[in-house]
Design a protein around this ligand. Structure first.
Ligand SMILES: [Mg+2]
Length: 415
């Protein structure tokens, strides 16, 4: 069926998925690696392949594979230690470039984003034109290959992007989606795992086309709303929107017992930064913001500290940390501290709130924070904190998962 570029799309969703993202960045930064099989591991000690270049994939190397096994099947494989800060930086650059296309973006992972371009058809032209423009934009911003899928819903767009890999682009107009998915095994769609797959197989549903014969109530009864969504997904009509909300916690706090009688200001600040980053990350994970924070320091005679307000609701750890610095300056006279605590007292849904950042004199780090959260999820908590700390202050590169404040004290305090 030919595309009719003049036809208006009632919904137009693009999925951008970078190809072998971390490995491609290594090849970009190190020209001698281009065209060669590259496997990224967690440091040089890492024993698992985090991701690998297409040259390695062609020889059977896969994500999650043991390095030793990968080297057996692909002896030429070049091991590259991961560089989370660099990946985050590139990811942020790409995500920011995508904002030029549309503000309706869901950063789906560190190297994937959904764009709802329905509203910008008047501005940029047909979705077919927009998706090509998007691919070019990603290339200009990063110099990296990506694969894009365009359709009328998230699931079909994601499927199209997967099918176009690597360095591809696939368009499935919404009016063709049902027919294009007809013979596709249901488990090829994102979100349909083998568990659901066997539930469906037991009911005679193997391909998306089979789904039309199964009453939607069967899925609804077993899996609730997500089940009903699956039924629509298979018909090329995934109703899911570009935004995802996570149920909110009532308050968010992080505390830490620290070595007794800690009196070094720098050490206290490092703990407070650690707690602030944790509170910020938790707020963001729940898509929340807050404007009332408590900062506490436990001395021998009890808690020192106070509640602090920000002018607008926020979820950025570094802004929370600024409050901690103020509290430390105002409430602490050098007493020995045993415990620190940072809490967000009034978490509320972030919807729309972050847009306020542009009108207030506070930095908007929402994209950086989202990307950072995803990188840390992949490489371990605070894999990224050190780079940000260095960028921002004179603080040493200390808060890493392996860091023990007093074990390394000499090198921290007397570098
Ligand atoms: Mg990818």
């Amino acid at each position: 069926m030919a595309h009719d570029p003049s036809r208006f799309w009632e919904r137009a969703i693009i999925l951008v998925d970078m190809d072998a993202f971390f490995a491609s960045i290594e090849q970009l930064d190190n020209p001698e690696l281009r065209g060669k099989p590259v496997g990224v591991t967690n440091g040089m000690q890492g024993t698992c392949i985090i991701t690998c270049s297409y040259e390695a994939r062609r020889q059977g190397v896969k994500t999650g594979m043991r390095l030793r096994h990968a080297l057996e099947i692909c002896p030429a494989l070049i091991q590259c230690p991961s560089r989370p800060e660099r990946y985050a930086q590139v990811s942020i650059t790409i995500m920011e470039a995508l904002q030029d296309i549309t503000p309706d973006i869901e950063i789906f992972s560190v190297d994937e984003a959904f764009l709802d371009v329905t509203r910008v058809q008047k501005l940029h032209g047909s979705p077919e034109k927009i998706v090509r423009m998007t691919k070019d934009r990603v290339w200009q911003a990063s110099g990296l290959p990506s694969s894009l899928g365009l359709s009328g819903d998230k699931t079909t767009a994601k499927y199209a992007a997967k099918k176009s890999k690597p360095d591809g682009l696939m368009i499935i107009p919404p009016w063709e989606a049902k027919q294009r998915l007809h013979d596709v095994p249901v488990t090829e769609l994102c979100g349909i795992n083998t568990g659901i797959g066997s539930f469906l197989a037991a009911r005679g549903v193997y391909t998306c086309g089979d789904m039309a014969r199964l009453p939607i109530g069967v899925l609804g009864q077993r899996f609730g709303n997500p089940g009903r969504r699956i039924w629509y997904m298979c018909q090329g009509e995934d109703p899911e929107k570009i935004h995802v909300d996570v149920p909110p916690p009532k308050s968010i706090g992080h505390g830490k017992v620290i070595p007794p009688d800690t009196r070094a200001r720098r050490i206290l600040l490092i703990y407070l930064l650690h707690m602030s980053e944790k509170v910020g990350a938790r707020l963001r994970r729940h898509n929340m913001v807050a404007m009332t924070f408590s900062v506490g320091l436990m001395a021998t005679d009890g808690w020192l500290g106070m509640k602090m307000q920000t002018p607008i609701p926020i979820n950025d750890g570094l802004i929370i940390y600024d409050l901690c610095r103020e509290v430390l300056a105002d409430c602490w006279d050098g007493e020995g501290i045993h415990q620190v605590h940072v809490g967000a007292l009034d978490p509320q849904p972030a919807d729309g709130q972050l847009e306020l950042f542009t009108e207030v004199d506070l930095p908007d780090r929402s994209i950086e924070n989202q990307v950072k959260d995803m990188i840390n999820l992949r490489f371990g908590e605070f894999a990224l904190a050190p780079a940000r700390l260095l960028e921002r202050s004179t603080m040493p590169n200390v808060i890493a998962p392996s860091w023990k404040p007093f074990g390394h004290r000499e090198t921290i305090l007397h570098p």
